[in-house]
Design a protein around this ligand. Structure first.
Ligand code: CMP
Length: 224
């Protein structure tokens, strides 16, 4: 029963859409569905790897930290994203930690099942590569942001990246704690608070109920 359910979940994952029935069957035998509450570390930087994960619902952050415990957030993952493929491919330790930002549902696929699928399906190889290329593009953009923009520009870029169009307005729907923004842009929480206050006073952002934010179009001037 669990096996059939796993297969049904796997069938809906874009990364696996090219697999045939037989391949899905094999993969389902090496998969498990898991739920984790907010704040749980799913993979830990530096540890050996056993599984690939696909996020079915919820959000998780990809984070690295130094020996003093200072942290940087590399990315925030959402539904349909996969992670844990890097160390399964190159056999090196986990490159970063992945920590849930809210309650999350995952499929975990064991190393052997993932590797054998990559061998069997060119389309799946291409899908994994497309995901990794997208990440590289985002990492390039991040390097550019950190190298070329001042703190206002960095904050503006994060807010724009996390926003979506709702009835013609640019809205940040999920609450974005200042501490998390600070970890994304290499600034202190206090500095991010000052910048956010400045953006609010000057009418670039408008706070909405439940921690949401509306962004005015002129905020784009900070990143151009
Ligand atoms: P792995 O190294 O196995 O474990 C940590 C995972 O975090 C890694 O595989 C990737 O799936 C993911 N990851 C690492 N760096 C980034 C990044 N810059 N953006 C998004 N995801 C990343």
């Amino acid at each position: 029963m669990a096996h059939e359910e796993n297969k049904a979940f796997l069938r809906r994952v874009p990364l696996l859409s090219s697999l045939n029935e037989q391949q899905l069957e094999t993969l389902a035998a090496g998969s498990a569905r898991r739920n984790f509450p907010k704040g749980r570390t799913i993979v830990a930087e530096g540890e050996p790897s056993q599984s690939l994960y696909i996020l079915l619902s919820g959000r998780a952050k990809v984070q690295r930290s130094d020996s003093e415990g200072k942290e940087v957030i590399l990315a925030v993952l959402g539904s349909g994203d996969f992670f844990g493929e890097m160390s399964l491919i190159d056999e090196a330790p986990r490159s970063a930690s992945v920590i849930t930002l809210e309650s999350c549902d995952f499929m975990s696929i064991n190393k052997d099942a993932f590797r054998s699928m990559l061998m069997q399906s060119n389309e799946m190889c291409m899908a994994v590569m497309r995901g990794m290329v997208r990440r590289l593009r985002e990492a390039d953009k991040k390097i550019e942001t950190l190298a070329l923009l001042d703190v206002y520009g960095r904050v503006a870029r994060v807010l724009l990246d996390f926003s979506e169009l709702v009835n013609g307005e640019r809205i940040v729907k999920n609450k974005l704690p200042r501490q998390e923004i600070a970890k994304m842009i290499g600034a202190s929480r206090e500095m991010v608070s000052r910048v956010m206050k400045g953006l609010e006073i000057d009418g670039y952002i408008v706070p909405l109920p439940e921690g949401r934010l509306m962004l005015r179009e002129k905020i784009s001037s900070y990143i151009s």
